[in-house]
Design a protein around this ligand. Structure first.
Ligand SMILES: *[C@@H]1O[C@H](CO)[C@@H](O)[C@H](O)[C@H]1NC(C)=O
Ligand SMILES: *[C@@H]1O[C@H](CO)[C@@H](O)[C@H](O)[C@H]1NC(C)=O
Ligand SMILES: *[C@@H]1O[C@H](CO)[C@@H](O)[C@H](O)[C@H]1NC(C)=O
Length: 221
């Protein structure tokens, strides 16, 4: 039933992986490691990134439960994914470089997360609305500085949010991004930060879901 509703290759892959992982995780010792043991993943480099607990995983797929997190965001409409990120970055960068009410300069973080919705109107046709989020550094998570630009807004993502995450080692492309999912890019700092080498070739597709932590793992095949 799920396969029949796959809106894209990635989502189908994601769903296929879910079945695979469920079986694979049965014997996995570190699935479900607690918050106390969270260590920043390697693809975050030395930058701050959101904290999560991994409940199940295989080599390129994870079920994660995120902590509450603060983000600065901007909405962009009517463009492709790549163009939305390109349009959003200058504004978001300015916020990090001091365009906020306190005039604070923030350390750059990862990831940059893009969410898009596809709205279909009877008269104007398809319209895409992208929201591009940039993670606020740990130091300012509790009280992020107010953006100076009216197009920027602060967002607090909920605690205990479960995400089904597919990881891949390159940039996300429009065809891989079905409506309603989140795309997390860990590649962006190298694009506009002259002091960082181009080494963050890591992207993820996040899909919100529910996961029963108390259910016993399915029998291994
Ligand atoms: C941006 O889009 C989100 C989701 O549609 C909405 O909740 C938010 O109010 C919008 N913010 C601005 C500043 O337009
Ligand atoms: C959310 O996660 C925190 C930290 O693990 C936990 O203490 C809390 O009980 C969780 N809340 C819900 C509603 O699951
Ligand atoms: C989660 O799994 C436990 C153990 O199998 C079960 O008792 C419980 O009803 C499940 N909860 C939900 C919300 O499905």
């Amino acid at each position: 039933m799920l396969a029949a509703h796959c809106p894209s290759a990635v989502l189908c892959l994601l769903l296929a992986c879910t079945a695979l992982t469920t079986a694979a995780a049965a014997g996995s010792s570190d699935a479900g490691s607690g918050r106390g043991s969270w260590r920043k993943p390697g693809f975050c480099g030395n930058m701050d990134c959101p904290e999560y607990t991994v409940w199940q995983k295989n080599f390129d797929f994870q079920v994660r439960e995120y902590r509450e997190a603060a983000w600065v965001a901007v909405n962009v409409s009517g463009v492709r994914y790549e163009l939305a990120v390109k349009a959003a970055l200058p504004l978001l960068s300015q916020y990090f470089w001091g365009a906020n009410k306190e005039g604070l300069r923030l350390q750059e973080t990862v990831p940059l997360v893009t969410h898009y919705r596809l709205d279909v109107h009877p008269h104007t046709g398809e319209r895409r609305t992208y929201s591009v989020f940039w993670f606020i550094p740990y130091e300012y998570q509790a009280e992020p500085p107010e953006p100076s630009h009216p197009a920027l807004w602060l967002y607090r993502s909920p605690a205990n949010a479960t995400m089904f995450v597919r990881m891949f080692g390159h940039h996300a492309r429009e065809w891989r991004v079905p409506s309603g999912v989140l795309v997390a890019s860990y590649n962006h700092p190298s694009k506009h930060h002259p002091h960082l080498p181009r080494r963050y070739h890591h992207s993820e597709v996040w899909m919100r879901g529910t996961f029963n932590k108390s259910a016993p793992p399915p029998p291994a095949r």
